[in-house]
Design a protein around this ligand. Structure first.
Ligand SMILES: *[C@@H]1O[C@H](CO)[C@@H](O)[C@H](O)[C@H]1NC(C)=O
Length: 323
């Protein structure tokens, strides 16, 4: 059943290019997932880490009353109608005076589907650093500080970890450059590359309703899904076709990110790499039995795809996804 389409789809997702979202295979119980809207039921935040040749980090000094005078990385909420990159460029311009381009996504953080933050490594492409003379409601000023001696007070200490992540990525890139793909989507969802491996063989879970495809699960906004985070939606889909109690399921991270933000499509599709394994590693050398007829395991025979997939799994060469 390994159709060419399926191999093409897997290649596109592994390569970070993404694929249009057609239907969701799994959704929150009851009704079809409602389209999401920025400022109504979802909030996306963009954040940029800049590191220069002198190992300095670009920081901005906050102007907002509740944190006035403290330092933070350039960051802010996305506005309706913007792409993720447009939002990043707007925030950096407003807060630091610089034009920029993203280099790669470094991290995606979530607190359920209604709050997601996209952390980028970015580089300046022009503009003039904002000084205290240009202080306004967006920020008081921007400045470069040595990475190992950041100013105080910081608005929050979470940026220490982000700066560290950027420095490590620059020293040794664990994943390829990954940038958002501009593809429309109306819900917050995840496309699964759910794998089972046995030595040199990889199986990928496939949805079989309609054309065989990589399954997609829509995130719900129930209190349980908010609390448990977006991995709940992954488990929900897997629960529909596997007996999970003897299995270990892990989301390794992101292969790619899809969003457009135009024409009232505020949804996001995260292409995630997931591993399914037996809790009791024993002699099971076949993937766990699939229940029902809506999913099946596809044994990836295409040599290059198999190699790529095994390598990504071994090296965890994906963008981390944190709660
Ligand atoms: C399989 O998919 C069909 C069509 O979407 C659906 O009606 C049916 O309930 C699904 N079966 C199971 C076992 O989930």
């Amino acid at each position: 059943m390994a159709s060419e389409d399926l191999a093409g789809a897997l290649a596109a997702v592994l390569g970070g290019q993404g694929l249009r979202v057609q239907n969701c295979d799994s959704g929150p119980a009851g009704e079809p997932p409602a389209p999401v809207r920025l400022r109504k039921n979802v909030c996306y935040v963009v954040l940029a880490v800049f590191l220069n040749e002198q190992d300095e980090v670009l920081l901005i000094q906050e102007a907002k009353r509740e944190c006035r005078g403290s330092w933070y990385l350039p960051a802010g909420r996305m506005e309706p109608g913007e792409t993720i990159v447009e939002a990043l460029q707007r925030e950096v311009k407003e807060e630091a005076g610089l034009h920029c381009e993203p280099v790669t996504l470094l991290l995606v953080e979530e607190r359920g589907p209604s709050w997601i933050r996209f952390v980028f490594l970015a580089r300046p492409t022009g503009g003039i650093l904002k000084t205290s003379k240009e202080a306004d409601a967006e920020s008081l000023q921007a400045a470069w500080y040595p990475r190992i001696s950041l100013p105080t007070p910081l608005r929050a200490h979470d940026i220490l970890h982000l700066v560290e992540l950027a420095a490590r990525y620059r020293q040794q890139a664990r994943h390829p450059l990954i940038l958002p793909q501009e593809l429309p989507c109306s819900v917050v969802c995840q496309r699964l590359v759910a794998t089972f491996t046995n030595v040199q063989t990889v199986w990928v879970l496939v949805g079989t309703v309609g054309m065989p495809h990589l399954p997609i699960t829509a995130c719900g906004f129930t209190p349980m899904e908010q609390r448990g985070g977006i991995k709940v939606a992954v488990l929900r889909l897997l629960q529909e076709c596997l007996t999970l109690h003897n299995l270990a399921v892990e989301t390794k991270g992101l292969l790619g990110l899809q969003h457009l933000g135009k024409e009232h499509t505020d949804g996001i599709c995260l292409n995630v790499l997931v591993t399914v394994a037996f809790r009791n590693p024993g002699i099971q050398d076949e993937p766990p039995k699939v229940l029902g007829e809506n999913y099946s395991w596809w044994k990836v025979m295409e040599g290059d795809l198999q190699t790529q997939l095994l390598q990504k799994l071994q090296e965890s060469s994906v963008v981390p996804l944190n709660r």
